[in-house]
Design a protein. Sequence first.
Length: 494
Amino acid sequence: MPIRLFDSLTREVRELRRPDPSDPKDVFSFYNCGPTVYAPAHIGNFRTFVVNDVLRRLLELEYGPDKVKHVRNLTDVDDRTIGQTQKEKRPLAEITQKWTDKFHADCDALNCLRPHVEPTATGHIREQVDMIECLMEKGNAYRAADGSVYFKISSFPGYGALSRIKERELKVTNTVADGDHKDSVSDFALWKAYKPEEDGDVKWPGPRGASEGRPGWHIECSAMSKKHLGDTIDLHTGGVDLLFPHHENEIAQSQCCNGTTFARHWYHSEHLLVEGTTMSKSKGNYYTLGDLVEKGYSPMAVRYALLMGHPRKQLNFMLDSLRAAESALEKLRGYAEDLCKLRKLNFEKTFGSAELPSMPAERRPLLNDFLGRIYDDLNTPGALGALFTHLEDGWQWIGEHADDPESWESNQDAFQHSIDELRLVLFALGLKLDAQVATKLEIPPAITTLAEKRWAAKQAKDFATADALRKELAAAGWSMLDSKTDYKLEPLKK
C-alpha cells in the first residue's frame, strides 16, 4: 500500500518514492521549512508542523525508521529576527535561542518528533556564500551597486512552474524603483549588503566581490537542504503561504546551482482560520499553544483538533473543536483501558511507550481502513473516522459479551491484535493517551458557587436569574458553557 500525496508542482496525487530496502545508503529525504525564531509560533504554524509530523511517522512506519531522513531548519537571521534584536536591544543569538527553546517545548508538548537534523541559518553562512558564488559564476546572479547580490529570474526559464505565477502576473522588467539596486523588479536578494542603522552588529563577510552583510531568506533553505540531503531531495513540504515566493525561489537557485531537479515531490498544507476568519491579534482570535493551555485545554486536544480537517483544505479552528477533541480523546482512552483490562495488561505501560510499533505482517480491518485513508493524500479526517467506526464496533462486541467470562479467555489473541493495531494508529497520528486529556483549571471557589447557582436556576427554569448570574460570571472573567447534562467553566480570553 503506497503512500500517495498531492504534488503541488504537477497538481496530481502521486506515489512517494520508495527507497531501496537492500541499500543502507538509500534513504527517503524529507525537508520542511521550520519556524523563524523571533516570537512564539501560533497554532496556524503548528498545523503545518503537526501535519509534517504525521507524514514523518507514516514514512517511518512504511519504510522503517532507518530509511527516512528528516531535516527541518531554523531561520535565525532575517529581517524579523534582526528587527527584534533592534527592538529589544539584545544580541541576535540571545533572542533566537529564547524562541528556539519555546518552539521545542511546544513541539514536545504536541508530541512532534524531533527532526533528525535541525540546521540553523547562522550555522551555515559558508554554505550559503558558496552557493551564491556558484550562481554568480554561472551567470544566474549579479552584484548590485550597493554590494548586495541578486538572483536574475530571467536566467531561469522554468521560474513560476510551482506557483503558476508566471502565467498570472510575473513580469520581468528593467523598470525598478528609485534607489533600488537590482536590474529587474522581479529579481530577489541572495545577499543583503550591511546597513548599520538596520542590522546593528549582524553581519558576515560576503561572497567574492560583494559587501559584508547577511544572506537573503530564500538561499538559507537551499544551502541547508543541499548540505544535509544532497542536490535532490524526495519531498519538500511547508505551508501554502511559502509556496510563493519562498519555494519558487528555492527551486530557481537550487536547480541553477546544482544543475538537477531540486525536489521530486512538493506538498503544502492550507491556511488555518479561527472562528471563521483569518487569525489576528486585533480580532482577539490569535492563539499560541500557551494561550490554549491557559484556557484549560491540553496540547493533545490541540493536536487532535488540528487533524480534524484535511491538510489541503482550510481548517476552521474553534474552541468547540477543542471540546470535541477532548471528548474524542476520552473515548479513545476509555476503549484502550477496556482492552487492557480484558488482556490483563497495565494501561500506562502498554500505551505510554513512545517507541515505534512494528507494522504487522497481516493487517486487520482497523489498520487496513485507517492506512487506506491516511496513505491516500494524508486524509486525516477520513482516518479518524475509520478509527472511531472500529472503536464503536469494538465496544459493541464487548457489550454483547459482557456477561460471558469464558469469551474473554477465548479471545485473548483478538484483544492483543486490537491493542497492537490501536497503538500503531495512535503512533501514526501522534496521539498520546497516557497524558491527562485536559489541564485542570484552578477555578476560584466564588466562581464555582456562582456557576452552581446559575445551573440550579436554569434547571428550575428561572431564566432571569440564570441570565443575571451568567453576566456576573462574565464580569468576573469567566464563561459558562452548557450541555444537556452538565456545564463547563472557561476563563475569558483577555
